[in-house]
Write a protein that binds this ligand. Structure first.
Ligand code: FAD
Length: 360
């Protein structure tokens, strides 16, 4: 907890954010959270009390690596929107509860959703516009409008040589995804200390929750199932260790050690996990099974100075629109469009969805 004095010291640097809004927020992109904090005389303890957990929750990286723009954007939303700070869980798994209804929505309007069908190459016409997509299967997909929502690291490799000298595409080189590891851990009994979403200050863990409590589909009154984000997991994100290169067992052992430290009266000493060996006799919960999901290139690294390289969604290619969380929505496609323009894009999108069926 911050003292009253520390709270008072923290408030003034945030006033320009409230008064000037987005221009002030965007201008802080050259500073890391830690640099901003020191430049504006915020108390040092706000780093360990607030910013470590906040930075790792927002981009899975430490505050000395994260751009202050990210933190200020979130804070501004929390302060200005009635429901800005609400958290909620899906009542089940994402494929069934999010993706399936979206796919049904598209299909009900005559579109199609094709899975497991990666793009291999973007093939262009003489004028630089897209001729077709060459799929890894060898099929060609012809469309009226193409919308890419591929991650930045994939899109960088996909830029056709005809576009490579265009400044719009060159700026992609300045962006990259960070590695993230997601863990699912099933315990033999209920952990009582975790009953909601936790934003951790642990050096190894980011957000985590007991899904047996927070998510209807995984409800279990007897046994806990933790879902955790293991972060930072590489030097680019602030960590000292490249955890992506470690084995699943090494990652789980480190996590069990961290959980043992955080919940000393709950986690049992278990020979299988050496990092739990100093647990006392009160700890009873042992791990039944686990899954480790490593994503070597995940969300884009919002490190200082990157915001200016995020491309707008309206590309210089007439039949290509860029999407994805690494593209810039500020002044971009939707916000700068008139209603008529949006209608036109929406109808083109529908045509594109229909024309994905035109495989040659
Ligand atoms: C562990 C974790 C927890 C998160 N929690 C939250 C949260 O609670 N709230 C929140 O708002 N955000 C959260 N995020 C962030 C959020 O998941 C991302 O911002 C979001 O998924 C980005 O969406 P996207 O469509 O840009 O990219 P992605 O979801 O990464 O989609 C990119 C797609 O491109 C596809 N693709 C790749 N290569 C090809 C190819 N060659 N051809 C065709 N397709 C290809 C991929 O298969 C993928 O489906 C979380 C992220 C992580 C990693």
């Amino acid at each position: 907890m911050l003292t009253l004095g520390e709270k008072i010291q923290t408030a003034p640097p945030l006033l320009p954010m409230l008064i000037e809004g987005q221009p002030f927020i965007d201008a802080q992109d050259e500073l890391s959270v830690t640099e901003f904090m020191r430049k504006f005389g915020m108390p040092e303890r706000i780093n360990s009390e607030v910013f470590v957990a906040m930075a790792k929750a927002l981009d899975f990286i430490d505050p000395d690596k994260l751009s202050m723009t990210v933190v200020l954007t979130a804070m501004n939303r929390f302060l200005n929107e009635d429901n800005g700070l609400q958290m909620a869980f899906l009542d089940g798994n994402q494929p069934d509860r999010v993706c399936a209804p979206m796919a049904d929505h598209v299909k009900a309007r005559g579109g199609d959703v094709v899975m497991n069908s990666p793009v291999k190459e973007i093939v262009v016409n003489d004028d630089g516009s897209i001729k077709h997509l060459l799929m890894r299967s060898g099929e060609e997909v012809v469309a009226d409008e193409y919308v890419s929502a591929m991650p930045v690291d994939i899109m960088k490799r996909m830029v056709p040589k005809e576009w490579q000298n265009m400044p719009y595409f060159r700026q992609f080189d300045e962006l990259e995804g960070i590695p993230v590891i997601n863990l699912h851990m099933w315990f033999d009994r209920k952990l009582k200390a975790v009953d909601h979403l936790c934003f951790s200050r642990s050096p190894l863990l980011s957000v985590y929750a007991d899904m047996s409590v927070t998510c209807k589909e995984y409800y279990d009154p007897e046994k806990s199932m933790l879902e955790l984000v293991f972060a930072p997991c590489s030097p680019i994100a602030g960590g000292k260790t490249n955890w992506i290169a470690k084995t699943d067992e090494q990652i789980i052992d480190a996590t069990m050690g961290e959980l043992a430290r955080l919940f000393p009266t709950e986690i049992a000493a278990d020979d299988k996990w050496p990092s739990t060996k100093s647990q006392g006799p009160n700890g009873k919960a042992t791990l039944r099974k686990y899954t480790v999901v490593k994503v070597p290139r995940s969300v884009y690294a919002a490190v200082p100075g990157r915001n200016k390289y995020r491309p707008g969604q309206r590309s210089p290619i007439p039949n290509l629109t860029m999407a994805g969380d690494w593209t810039s929505q500020n002044g971009g496609t939707l916000s700068s469009m008139t209603n008529d323009e949006m209608e036109s894009v929406a109808s083109k999108g529908a045509q594109w969805i229909k024309s994905t069926a035109q495989y040659k």
